[in-house]
Design a protein around this ligand. Structure first.
Ligand code: ZN
Length: 380
């Protein structure tokens, strides 16, 4: 299976690169304007309409094609958003950002990446040791680069050999923690309270700014929001890395609830209002899933998504409905089993996942999981 990753590094943009980025932004806005005026969104018709009008820009044709292709994406998203909300503002690119899959070269000996700039006159950005090391791993192909005025991101791909899973790791994501249940019987909990705390603080600061001038607010929330996101991302990277490493070592697959699992975070008893729960967590839940997904693919680890319905209150031993008790525990009305609710949820997710994989070598714990009675509504 094809796996894709990206690596970033900071750099200082020289005057030529800044000029190139600015020209790219202008071309992009020009293409978007043409697309809106002519009402086209397909790459072919936008190329026909816009390419000649970009003749006034003194840049390599690589970037003109990139601008047109990027503009089609923006126009498509705009059309989609407009259908949902007629008041959607017309798109305009403010940020200096350029993505290209053509013309660049990684120069290992020079320790740099070269970008087309003028004919026979490429620009070069030095690459740091970490980036060079990652890109020199065997079987790697670079795919595209994204350049802003301070960051360079290189996306690369490889063909990953899928592993034959010997078991599964089930993940239950909660507001403050990640509970992991393995099919060999091991359990683990990872604290994510710090991520929740960062988001809570951010929201509070933002709410205090709301009376100020709109432009200042946008600028501050933009920058501040990005910083907070980066912090949360870092915490999630740590968590997702550990899960994927664990799966790799054990040769296990990973099972998660599919994205509608966000709804579970809305459940009562988490101590927050509905708005709070929703906004705070949908992003970080999706981000964690995205990270686990691409990291697992890279290692050839199979991923399974299961329906989240009923994973929280069903007894993971007998399948009956459970009753919430004190301290986040649940008690089964039928078999009397008392368990931490996150552990119970992770076990239910594991049991659902087990039905999707032919396991290479079954351990006792896995057999026990498979023998559990299954309710009809689970079989979706
Ligand atoms: Zn029970």
């Amino acid at each position: 299976m094809r796996a894709v990753k990206a690596i970033q590094q900071h750099y200082t943009a020289g005057p030529e690169i800044l000029q190139m980025l600015d020209q790219f932004r202008q071309m992009l806005n020009e293409c978007v304007r043409i697309g809106l005026a002519e009402n086209v969104t397909s790459l072919k018709s936008l190329s026909t309409k816009a390419y000649n009008q970009l003749a006034t820009y003194d840049v390599m044709s690589y970037y003109k094609l990139c601008a047109i292709s990027k503009a089609t994406g923006i126009l498509r998203n705009y059309r989609k958003a407009k259908r949902k909300n007629a008041k959607t503002k017309e798109p305009y690119a403010h940020q200096l950002q350029l993505t290209t899959c053509y013309g660049f070269k990684i120069k290992t000996i020079e320790k740099a990446i070269s970008l087309p700039f003028k004919p026979e006159e490429p620009l070069s950005i030095p690459l740091n040791a970490h980036v060079l090391r990652v890109l020199s791993e065997p079987n790697i192909q670079t795919r595209s680069i994204t350049l802003t005025d301070r960051q360079l991101s290189i996306s690369y791909a490889k063909e990953a050999e899928p592993i034959q899973p010997r078991g599964l790791i089930a993940i239950d994501r909660n507001l403050d923690n990640l509970t992991v249940a393995d099919s060999d019987g091991q359990m683990r909990r990872q604290n994510l309270a710090k991520a929740t705390e960062i988001k809570a603080r951010y929201r509070e600061i933002r709410s205090h700014m709301q009376r100020n001038d709109v432009r200042i607010r946008q600028r501050v929330t933009g920058k501040y929001g990005r910083k907070q996101r980066d912090k949360v991302k870092k915490i999630l990277h740590h968590a997702s890395k550990q899960i994927v490493m664990r799966a790799k070592e054990k040769k296990f697959g990973v099972v998660m609830e599919n994205l509608t699992g966000i709804r579970k975070l809305y459940r009562k008893g988490n101590g927050q209002g509905r708005m709070y729960r929703g906004r705070m967590n949908s992003w970080s839940y999706a981000e964690l899933q995205r990270q686990i997904e691409y990291k697992a693919r890279w290692e050839g680890i199979p991923l399974i998504y299961v329906n989240p319905h009923g994973t929280s209150l069903k007894c993971s031993i007998c399948g009956s409905k459970m009753k919430p008790e004190e301290n986040r525990t649940l008690k089964c009305r039928s078999c009397g089993f008392t368990v931490d609710r996150d552990v119970n949820a992770a076990r239910n997710i594991l049991a659902r996942g087990m039905r999707f994989v032919p396991i290479a070598s079954a351990s006792e714990a896995m057999v026990a999981v498979q023998r559990r009675p299954v309710d009809a509504d689970e079989l979706t």
